[in-house]
Design a protein around this ligand. Structure first.
Ligand code: 5AD
Ligand code: SF4
Length: 481
């Protein structure tokens, strides 16, 4: 993955409960996928023990950390602009130190220190436990860099501090890194080899969330279906594991089954799924448990077999259709969303039409669509020319966005007149008289507050919809409360 980029939360600084003994101020903001937001909670947790309280005011900060994304060029440009802003503040507050975390730190390494003179600290996604030492270096007036990628680090032993949480839904990381090597994708280079977290530490983190009254968790990983625990070690080394390790191994369907059975009142989601790794067992486990949400984010990237091959996606259009058919047979009301890239090198009009026809077949509920952005170091950048003109990429992108909008609308229309269960998450952005929550299919619904509270499961009759939101009226509590 790098999933799922929620434009609304990009750059939001994270705020933590204040510890009175802490004297230094940390301003931390995150860009990119949910994994980065989740990692920032780990970083804040590590630094809370080092005397840092978080602040929302850049001007007050002793240390500014920005957790960065490299997935597309635009993501990197956004971070460069933020660095300019920090630079301006540093002129007023010269004591302030600036650190770059995450994927851009990993991609550019110490080059960052040469390119951006204001940066004091560069830390890759597997090196956050080294932050106390690195900050000591910076305090002593030296620049500090740690971009070593790890084969074991999962931060399973660090209790993340839930920052800016609505107290209802939380992310629980289960895998890190990615071994798939899609040719367009920078993630295998910035986040390293794929490794899975000990199921026991996952269960205890969820238990803790349940005790704190959280009602929904999302199991998070670059490629969750590839989850495999056999006592530690890389996925690629599983073949060398002992017979005992193999017999007691936990894969994703087992993990999902365990979590769903242990926490029957908790809503469970997961992201991101990779079509080539998603098994029938996972779909069956989803159908077996009422509390596993009926929603799968299943990126396709392109509908053309030729392009899928160039992307090294390791499955065909036909195999994808088979997976979709299985999902729809086993879980008839399951929502499915996509990621699509337009204008991958050599993409023809014919390939583009294949993508449109694939979309017609699946009729996705949602989608995240992007124009191809060449990323330095990836296989596509090394082997293929970025030869689709920008205006063609943009036109194709506009066409798929338009088609997706129609499909989303069509999907939403099907809810009209139905009564569905909503978990209330927050006040509606548009009205303080309304709650906002989601259906099991992950569609946002808005309805008048009445006597209900955040965290309640409510049955809502859907009366109207837009292309993004369902509108309705609560008719009572659901039996899940
Ligand atoms: N250019 C455009 N989009 C990309 N994505 C990943 N790499 C690139 C790239 N180089 C998209 C994919 C992925 C999503 C998170 O971002 O669709 O699934
Ligand atoms: Fe996702 Fe593939 Fe990139 Fe891994 S390599 S992050 S699976 S797109």
């Amino acid at each position: 993955m790098e999933k799922t980029i929620d434009e609304k939360i990009q750059g939001t600084p994270l705020i933590l409960d204040q510890n009175k003994e802490n004297t230094r101020k940390l301003f931390i903001e995150s860009y990119g996928c949910q994994m980065n937001f989740s990692d920032s909670e780990i970083v804040a947790s590590i630094l809370a023990k080092e005397g840092f309280n978080t602040t929302q005011n850049l001007e007050d900060a002793d240390l500014v950390l920005v957790n960065t994304c490299s997935i597309r060029e635009k993501a990197e440009q956004t971070v460069r602009k933020r660095l300019e802003k920090y630079n301006a503040v540093k002129k007023i507050n010269p004591r302030m130190k600036v650190g770059v975390l995450g994927c851009m730190a990993e991609r550019l390494k110490s080059k960052f220190l040469e390119e951006e003179k204001i940066v004091d600290l560069v830390v890759g996604p597997d090196a956050y436990k080294d932050l106390p030492n690195l900050i000591e270096e910076v305090d002593a007036g030296r620049n500090a860099v740690n971009v070593i990628l790890s084969k074991e680090e999962t931060y399973g032993d660090i209790a993340p501090v839930r920052l800016q949480s609505n107290g209802v839904s939380a992310f629980v990381s289960i895998t890190r890194g990615c071994d798939n090597m899609c040719t367009f994708c920078v993630v295998p280079f910035t986040r390293g080899r794929e490794r899975s977290r000990d199921p026991q530490s996952i269960i205890s983190e969820i238990e803790d969330l349940v005790n704190k009254n959280f009602k929904e968790i999302t199991l998070l990983g670059q490629n969750v279906d590839s989850y495999l625990w056999y006592g530690g070690g890389l996925k690629k080394d599983f073949e060398k594991a002992s017979d005992f390790q193999k017999a007691t191994a936990v894969n994703f369907s087992k993990l999902l089954d365990m979590v769903a059975a242990k926490f029957p009142k908790l809503r469970i989601r997961f992201t991101t799924s990779n079509p080539q790794d998603m098994t029938l067992d996972v779909i069956k486990v989803m159908a077996k448990h009422k509390n596993i949400c009926k929603y799968i984010h299943l990126p396709i990237q392109s509908g053309s077999n030729r392009i899928l091959k160039e992307m090294n996606r390791l499955h065909t259009r036909e195999e994808y259709f088979e997976l979709i058919d299985n999902i729809k047979t086993i879980i008839p009301d399951c929502a499915i969303s996509q990621d699509i890239i337009t204008g991958f090198p050599t993409e023809t009009e014919e390939d583009h039409k294949d993508t449109l026809s694939l979309m017609e077949y699946v009729k996705y509920d949602y989608g995240f669509m992007f124009a191809y952005s060449e990323r330095p170091g990836t296989l596509a950048a090394r082997k293929m020319e970025d030869d689709v003109p920008e205006d063609v990429k943009k036109r194709r992108l506009a066409e798929i966005i338009e088609l997706q909008r129609n499909h989303s609308e069509e999907r939403h229309q099907a809810y009209l007149g139905k009564t569905v269960e909503i978990l209330i998450e927050k006040e509606s952005k548009k009205s303080d008289q309304h709650w906002s929550g989601r259906t099991t299919q992950n569609t946002v619904a808005v309805f008048p507050k009445e006597q209900y509270k955040i965290g309640d499961f409510v049955m809502v009759e859907i009366e109207d919809c837009t292309s993004a939101t369902l509108l309705g009226k609560a008719v009572g509590y659901s039996d899940n409360n």
